[in-house]
Design a protein around this ligand. Structure first.
Ligand code: UN1
Length: 517
């Protein structure tokens, strides 16, 4: 496959974005051309140049979106769930029809490799299919009543309008995890995308809204692009949003949780990870090298699930780190439109500075740099935000090792026994994803047990990154405790109602209480 030029790539995605400049970044059932509001300029991290402009929501636009969303929510809640599921399925199929352009837009806007950009769109299609099936399985339990001629049942009703705030690194997939599941439950969704990736959000919302219109449904997928102050803070404080789903950093997530709890709202948090991979002496080491390298280097280390810590058993530690270092040195860094490139750019200059600061701090704290550590010159992509894949031999208690740096930095550390590995593994504040590489059943099962990994996601002989949509996704400790995507994560988007029904002619009371009037 020959490399696309930026010019060709831009023209291939233009059908998703035209015609206006700036494009409206607010969808309230109509595309709102904001007057006097800020304009968000989306820069491509590939070359640091503007890719497009989107007008942000003003306070009155926000109100318009909210009013329309609430109106829609009334109607949508009355549409049978399987019909809602069919609508989501149609959107997934429409996304599939536009998969190549949308995937490319993701690559251009956030710097993912072509295959990862396509993977992002596939993740939306997959969750769309999951949601459609789920729409016939929103099961509530029934309980035997202690009273004669009574029945008790649980039902799951929609919450109404919910807010979804997403990060740049999965600029559309994480929205779809929330939005498609919420939509089949009967909610409508107001999306505040990352200001680093508004174009993808506009393109996806255009597709979703056209499908809803063609099907004659009310609009369900609203958009309010904009900064934290105008849109984000309003969502947090807005009692009309019973749920705010937030993906982002731990400090911001903590603030989100406090603000939303302060008005008795619910938040669903997917915050940072500091994911460790344990590699045992009994591992298939070639498989482990690939699993660790993919986990640490995919998306240039900018996934919540990226592998940040390698915990390798002492007998193989030296050789394994040597092997990984060789791989790191051979990996092609650069323009992600080049099909041979595995590591694209970081999202912006600030991220490059964060990377450099972490490399410096790690060395000041006693870490030993094995490879990388510098800004990378990416041939053919001047102006982009490229850094070298980096391995640093570290000690588990170094302060920088406790932190998530959104960059391709891997800290390595040796262990003696599996208990020691688990202790190192669990000694960070975050708890998203984890992995063990071993062919020993006892080791694998110990890591999976209650005495093993303390994370929301645990992997055996596969890396920390790259979860499928069918499982519940999220993590413990400072990762925030939320669960999104598959399994029964849908319950977070619903209100549970316990219904007690008396179909007799007497009024027996629970707990044997009598009340004669
Ligand atoms: C994220 O980084 O916020 O498991 C989500 C993965 C992807 C999703 C990551 N499916 O790596």
């Amino acid at each position: 496959m020959p490399q696309l030029t930026m010019g060709t790539a831009r023209s291939r995605v233009s059908s998703l974005l035209e015609p206006s400049d700036p494009m409206a970044g607010v969808f309230s059932g109509r595309w709102v051309e904001s007057v006097g509001a800020e304009t968000i300029i989306s820069l491509s991290p590939i070359d640091g140049l503007p890719l497009g402009r989107v007008s942000a929501a003003s306070p009155s636009d926000y109100e318009e979106v909210m009013a329309q969303a609430r109106e829609s929510a009334q109607v949508w809640a009355g549409v049978p769930a399987p019909v809602r599921g069919q609508a989501v399925l149609q959107i997934a199929e429409e996304l599939r029809r536009h998969k190549s352009e949308l995937g490319l837009l993701v690559s251009l806007e956030v710097g993912k490799t072509i295959v990862e950009g396509l993977g992002e769109v596939q993740e939306m299609i997959d969750i769309g299919h999951f949601a459609a099936g789920l729409s016939r399985q929103l099961y509530g339990l029934t309980m035997p009543s202690e009273r004669p001629e009574h029945r008790i049942q649980e039902q799951w009703h929609p919450l109404g309008a919910i807010g979804v705030i997403t990060a740049f690194n999965f600029p559309s997939a994480v929205w779809s995890w929330n939005a498609f599941i919420a939509a089949v439950v009967g909610d409508v969704v107001i999306w505040k995308p990352s200001s680093e990736a508004p174009l993808t959000a506009v393109a996806v919302t255009r597709i979703a809204s056209r499908v809803m219109e063609d099907l004659g449904h009310p609009q369900v997928f609203f958009l309010a692009a904009g900064g934290g102050q105008v849109v984000g803070d309003r969502m947090l404080d807005d009692r009309r949003l019973p749920l705010v789903s937030f993906t982002g950093s731990i400090p911001t997530g903590r603030w989100v949780a406090e603000r939303v709890a302060g008005r008795s709202g619910r938040s669903l948090l997917e915050l940072g990870g500091n994911n460790g991979a344990v590699v045992s002496e009994k591992a298939d080491l070639e498989l482990a090298v690939r699993g660790v390298a993919f986990g640490a280097l995919a998306t240039a280390g900018q996934r919540c699930t990226s592998t940040r810590r390698l915990i390798a058993q002492e007998g193989i530690y030296g050789a394994f780190v040597d092997r990984l270092t060789t791989v790191y040195r051979s990996v092609k860094v650069g323009n992600p439109l080049d099909p041979d490139v595995l590591v694209g750019p970081l999202i912006n200059q600030q991220a490059v500075e964060g990377y450099l600061a972490a490399v410096t701090q790690a060395q000041e704290q006693g870490g030993r740099l094995r490879c990388g550590g510098k800004v990378a010159a990416a041939a053919g992509a001047p102006g982009g935000f490229y850094v070298e894949p980096t391995i640093i031999e570290a000690q588990p208690d170094m302060p920088i090792v406790q932190e998530e740096t959104f960059a391709p930095i891997l800290y390595t550390m040796p262990y003696h026994t599996l208990e020691h590995a688990v202790a190192i593994h669990n000694a960070v504040p975050q708890g998203l994803s984890s992995a063990i590489f071993t062919t020993d059943l006892r080791e694998a099962e110990h890591f999976l047990s209650a005495q093993g990994s303390d994370c929301g996601l645990v992997n055996v002989n596969t890396g920390t990154a790259g979860a499928e949509i069918g499982g519940a996704f999220g993590g413990e400790k400072e990762t925030g405790g939320g669960r999104e995507s598959g399994s029964d994560a849908w319950k977070a988007y619903a209100r549970r109602q316990t219904a007690s029904i008396n179909f007799g002619s007497a009024l027996p009371l629970a707990q044997g209480v009598s009340f004669e009037v």
